[in-house]
Design a binder for this molecule. Sequence first.
Ligand code: SF4
Ligand code: SF4
Length: 448
Amino acid sequence: MTMLKTFRGGVHPLHGDHEGKAQTRGEPTRAIEPKTVTLLMGMHLGAPSEPCVKAGDRVKLGQVVGTPVGFLGLPVHASVSGEVLSVGPVQSVSAPNALAVTIKNDFRDEWAELPAPLGSVEDCPADQIVPAIRAAGICGMGGAAFPTHVKLAVKEGQFCDTIILNGAECETHLTCDHRLMLENSDRVVDGLRAAMRALNVPRGVIAIEDNKPDAIEAMRRAAEGRAGVEVAALHTKYPQGGEKQLIQVVTGREVPSGKLPLDVHVIVMNVGTAAAVAEAVIDGKPLISRITTVTGHVDRPSNLRVRVGTPVRELLEACGGISLPEDRVGKVVMGGAMTGFPCPGLEVPVAKANNGIVVYDAKEARETEETPCIRCGRCVDACPMGLNPYLLKHLCDAGDMARAQKECVMDCIVCGSCSYICPAHRHLTQTFKAMKDAIAAEAKKGKG
Ligand code: SF4
Ligand code: SF4
């Protein structure tokens, strides 16, 4: 195990409070059983799945209730057994009318017939691993929700020599990956080895920030004797878990502007995704549950093993509820402080990539008003992508799409470091996200 160099820029959010992780890092994961689940058909990046059940149907655990659509498509599986209550639009974290299948749990956990397990990750047929991952409906569980079978699709002329498992968990408040690495270390290594064997990759690196020494130790033990697998301790700095930042510190390679990790022969996967891959290969089981951190102003901050589709309300109840009087509740956020999204209602269901729920009080949640830029340059120093946020903000505010693109706004990873550090409280990150969305929409129109 080696201590690695760090990337340029970055920030130390909530540093004095151990990044908001102290409340839950020592909490062993406990499972909760939901009364109903609402399975969004669009939990992954790509076209939403097509529902293949109707209200009144009885479904078994692991049964396909949504079939894949298109190249990026993934199946959606029932995460409980029971009766389908409805198929139709619901509120998700990002849309008021997302298509979903809602199932009432009969608490019998009666399994559907599953694909035959492939067996040991070291001996199973390598060419069957990626199809098993797709059949299990696995997408990136660190937040991006990119379909894993597509990430592992290496085209002719390309090659991958290193798979990095992202165990950095640099986002504030979240400790679900930390607990997973402590409690299911072997499964994480199994998932990495399965991906390595599928693509014949010689090197696998499990990268963990050095604020989790127990996880580093647990993973080091689990990696012993596993071919090509090593553990790397990383400096604790946000956004250490950014894909391009991880690749740079682990391999020394820079992913050029507009290029992908595979262009420098690397694939990055989250540790939770790796554990799901191991389940699919070894047990033939689909992705129906995940660990989610529930913290902030709740009675009992926890790490919960939740069925996919469990409403946020049930997670909060399982943690004793919100510990604030109603008039002091600020907002409930899905994800951490730097990259999370405000939750538009407590019936919003947990999706495959939801790693956290954080409750803020009114003071913490208050939007600070923008004041004029004082040209201090702190945002430039903090940007891990080497961008010039104050110039970009000026261009975006002026609606100058062409110059914003020239100044590489599309390279912005929306990490929030510039907004966090800005003494003038400029709304930098949200402005860049809006500009990126507008440019992507223009490009789509051009193709369509
Ligand atoms: S949000 Fe974008 S511009 Fe701001 S620091 Fe992160 S990468 Fe740089
Ligand atoms: S940190 Fe804020 S005030 Fe300082 S240069 Fe950047 S945008 Fe301007």
